[in-house]
Ligand binder design. Sequence first.
Ligand code: NDP
Length: 241
Amino acid sequence: MARLALITGGTRGIGAAVAQRLDADGLRVAVTYHGNETAAQDFAAHHPIPVYKWDVTDFDACRSGIERIEAELGQGVDVLVNNAGITRDAVLHKMSVAQWREVVDDDLGACFNMCRNLIHGMRERGWGRIVNISSINALKGQFGQTNYAAAKAGVIGFTKALALESARKGITVNAIAPGYVATDMVHAMDPQVLAGIVAQIPVGRLGEPDEIAHAVSFLVDERSGYLTGATLSINGGQYMA
Ligand code: NDP
């Protein structure tokens, strides 16, 4: 039976590209979303991939959502892509407690909520692939993003620690740190700020969601079992850590 992959935030942006790529690779795929019904309906109309809705910041919702997927699809989740994320930008001296907590809960807390509820099954079956989507801004910092940079840097530490804990169980855990990729998240930025950022990217353009999906496909491949605890930068040369 084909491996089952679950992608959080998989109905648009990078997550949707990952879902389509893993589907094309021959995996069974399920995706989740949170509140954008238009994107979810559009995705469901164009792809034969089951779509589930829950808030990944809610631990119990993650547990029951995963149980439902495994029951409906008749197998355990073998591949998890923790992709869901948000930004709530503000300089620290103006950042609200809500802006801090929402980003830490969504971009970092969700990795715990999802992995904690899936890791037992992967350990029992002796195989798993986890890919956590971090960010270039975890590595280099970014003005107005103390919350996001901290959460995404936390994702990298989480990835390394879980990779160590999981190595003997056939489970790899890796992170991807994308640079600026052409999705809603980036198109929501001030156009002038975005133009200034693109001017600093050696490749001279934004990344495409497919280019991140290509790396996920590589990391979750059967042959990538010796690759764990890594953070793969895909940023057009913008930051070389
Ligand atoms: P988008 O804003 O385009 O999509 C985000 C996805 O995450 C949506 O599907 C959204 O669901 C989902 N999501 C957000 N919060 C929750 C939640 N609490 N519960 C469930 N689902 C949730 O983002 P991108 O595709 O641009 O980004 C994907 C990932 O890549 C994120 O982690 C982001 O931080 C990271 N990243 C993106 C970069 C970029 O340049 N685009 C650069 C570096 C990292 P819904 O559609 O329902 O809102």
